[in-house]
Design a protein around this ligand. Structure first.
Ligand SMILES: [Zn+2]
Length: 490
C-alpha cells in the first residue's frame, strides 16, 4: 500500500517482533561491542549512574548524560523490566570543599543548596527520579569498611603523608575499561587529586589524610583523621544498594578514566567478583561546534537557558534525541527545531481527540503495528532514537493523510492516541495535552480583544493574547481585510 514503504528502513525489527524474539542490545564499553542484554536476574535491571558533584548548578553537558540515562531506564521499563536505579550525590570531594570555603559556610550548607537545585532541575526536565540518591557523606562507614578490606588484601597502603592509596600495580586488570597501558604507569608514584589525566595515571587516593586546607571537613575513623577520595565513594554506594555485581553502570565518556577505571579496580580487588556487566558511556557535548567552556562564553547551565525563556521540554527533547554515543552539537537553532517537533506531536494528539468518526479502512492498524515494530526495534538496537523518531514522524504524516481524507474512525483515533501515550512514556515530551476545545466565538472575541489592544498600543497585552491563542492551536494571519485566524495543522 502506498506510503508504507516509508518504514522499509526497519522491516528487520517488524520481523523480530512478529516472531516474538525482541531482545535489547547495548554497546558495552568493556568489550567495545554491541551485546544482547542479559540481566543477572530475569526481568530486573540494576543500574548505577554517577550523579552530580553538588558544587554548582548542573550544566547541559551533565544533563545530556542524565537524559541518556533517563531514556535507557524508560526503555527498559517499557520492555517490562523492573528497574532499580541508584544515582549518587558527590557532596564531598576537592570541589565541594573548595566551594564551601570560598563562601565561608559549612560543607553541608553549601552542598544542600545545590542538591535542592539539582532535584528542581530534573523535575522540570521530566527526568524520572532514581530509587536511591545516596550522599557520599552518609556512607562514611561503608567507605571505611571497603578501604579496610583493600588494605587487608594488600592492594591498598598508607603513604608517608598518612593518606591511603590504591596500588595500581597490584590489580593486573587495571586499564581494561579505558584501554590504558599499565606499563606506562609511573609505578609507585601517587596522585592525591580526585581528577587527573591518563598520562598522570598512578596510585590514587582512597582516603585523604586531613590537611589544614580541609578546614573542619574531616572524619575521625579507624583510617585516621581525613575524608574519602571521590572514586571510592561510587564503589561503596553502588555495591551497598545493588550488590557486588550489578547489570549496568552509566556515565559520561569523560568519567571512563580515571573514575570508572578506579571504581572497577577498587570493587573487584575487594570482592574478587566482576563489578559490572555492561558499561555504557555517552559522548561529549559541544555548543555551537565548540567545546563548552566558561572562557569561550558558551557554557550553559539548565538555568541559564530557562532564564533566556527556553522551554525545558524542548531542551529535554534536544539533549535526548541525538544518539548517546554520538558527539552532540548543541545549537540554538536545533533548540527551536525541537520546540517545533514537540508541537507537532502535541497537535497530532489534539487532532486525534477531535476525530468525529471517519471510515475504517484497516490502514490505521497496519500503520500502528509498523510503528510499534519500528520504534521498538530501533530502541532495542542500542537506543537508536534517531530511527525510532523517524518512524514516529513518518507514522504521523501517514495518519494525518488519512485524517485529511476522513478515513480514521473514532475507535482508530482512540487506539492511535493510546499508542502515542505509550510512546510518550518513553520520550516524556508530549505530556497532558490540553483538550478543551475553544469555540469559534471565543476565538473571535480574543482576536477582537487583541486588535483593540494593538490599536491602543498595549503591545504586552496583544502579545499575551497571541500566545494564548497559539496555545489553543490558533494561528493569526494579517491580511488586507484585517486579521484572520486558522487552526494549526499537526
Ligand atoms: Zn561515580
Amino acid at each position: 500500500m502506498e506510503g508504507l514503504n516509508n518504514f522499509d528502513y526497519c522491516i528487520f525489527s517488524a520481523d523480530k517482533v512478529i516472531n516474538n524474539q525482541s531482545s535489547i542490545y547495548f554497546f558495552n564499553t568493556l568489550t567495545r561491542k554491541k551485546e544482547i542484554f542479559k540481566p543477572l536476574e530475569e526481568g530486573k535491571a540494576k543500574i548505577y549512574t554517577c550523579g552530580p558533584t553538588v558544587y554548582d548548578f548542573a550544566h547541559i553537558g551533565n544533563f545530556r548524560a542524565f537524559l541518556f540515562e533517563d531514556l535507557l531506564k524508560r526503555w527498559l521499563i517499557q520492555r517490562g523490566y523492573k528497574v532499580t536505579h541508584v544515582m549518587n550525590l558527590t557532596d564531598i570531594d576537592d570541589k565541594t570543599i573548595k566551594g564551601s570555603q570560598k563562601e565561608g559556610i559549612t560543607l553541608s550548607q553549601f552542598t544542600d543548596f545545590y542538591v535542592k537545585a539539582f532535584f528542581e532541575d530534573i523535575k522540570v526536565l521530566n527526568i524520572e527520579p532514581a530509587n536511591f540518591y545516596p550522599k557520599a557523606t552518609d556512607q562514611i562507614p561503608e567507605i571505611v569498611t571497603l578501604i579496610k578490606t583493600l588494605m587487608t588484601k594488600g592492594v591498598a597502603y598508607k603513604g608517608e603523608d598518612n593518606s591511603i592509596y590504591f596500588s595500581v600495580s597490584k590489580f593486573p586488570d587495571y586499564g581494561r575499561l579505558s584501554k590504558i597501558k599499565v606499563n606506562e604507569l609511573k609505578v609507585g608514584s601517587r596522585v592525591n587529586q580526585d581528577e587527573y589525566a591518563k598520562e598522570d595515571a598512578q596510585d590514587f587516593a582512597l582516603w585523604k589524610a586531613w590537611t589544614p586546607e580541609d578546614g573542619d571537613t574531616f572524619w575521625e575513623t579507624e583510617l585516621g583523621k581525613g575524608r574519602p577520595g571521590w572514586h571510592i565513594e561510587c564503589s561503596a554506594m553502588s555495591m551497598k544498594y545493588l550488590g557486588e555485581t550489578f547489570d549496568i553502570h552509566c556515565g559520561g565518556v569523560d568519567n571512563m578514566f580515571p573514575h570508572h577505571e578506579n571504581e572497577i579496580a577498587q570493587s573487584e580487588a575487594a570482592t574478587g567478583k566482576k563489578f559490572v556487566n555492561y558499561w555504557m558511556h555517552n559522548e561529549h557535548l559541544q555548543v555551537e561546534g565548540k567545546k563548552m567552556s566558561k572562557s569561550l562564553g558558551n557554557f550553559y547551565t539548565l538555568r541559564d537557558l530557562l532564564v533566556k525563556g527556553y522551554d525545558p521540554i524542548a531542551i529535554r527533547y534536544l539533549l535526548m534525541t541525538t544518539h548517546y554515543r554520538q558527539q552532540f552539537n548543541f545549537t540554538f537553532e536545533s533548540l527551536e527545531a525541537s520546540k517545533v517537533a514537540i508541537e507537532r506531536l502535541r497537535n497530532f494528539v489534539r487532532r486525534l481527540h477531535e476525530v468525529e468518526g471517519g471510515i475504517n479502512t484497516g490502514k490505521v492498524s497496519i500503520l500502528s503495528a509498523k510503528l510499534e515494530a519500528c520504534f521498538g526495534g530501533s530502541m532495542d538496537d542500542d537506543l537508536n532514537i534517531g530511527v525510532a523518531l523517524s518512524s514516529l514522524f513518518d507514522f504521523i504524516r501517514e495518519i494525518n493523510g488519512l485524517l485529511d481524507a476522513n478515513l480514521v474512525s473514532r475507535q482508530e483515533a482512540a487506539d492511535v492516541g493510546g499508542l502515542m501515550m505509550r510512546i510518550d512514556s518513553v520520550l516524556g515530551v508530549i505530556g497532558r495535552v490540553e483538550m478543551e476545545e475553544a469555540l469559534p466565538g471565543d476565538i473571535d472575541t480574543l482576536v477582537q480583544k487583541r486588535e483593540n489592544a494593538r490599536k491602543n498600543k498595549s503591545w504586552k497585552e496583544a502579545d499575551a493574547i497571541r500566545s494564548q491563542l497559539k496555545s489553543m492551536g490558533i494561528v493569526l494571519e494579517d491580511t488586507a481585510q484585517g486579521v484572520r485566524w486558522h487552526k494549526k495543522k499537526a
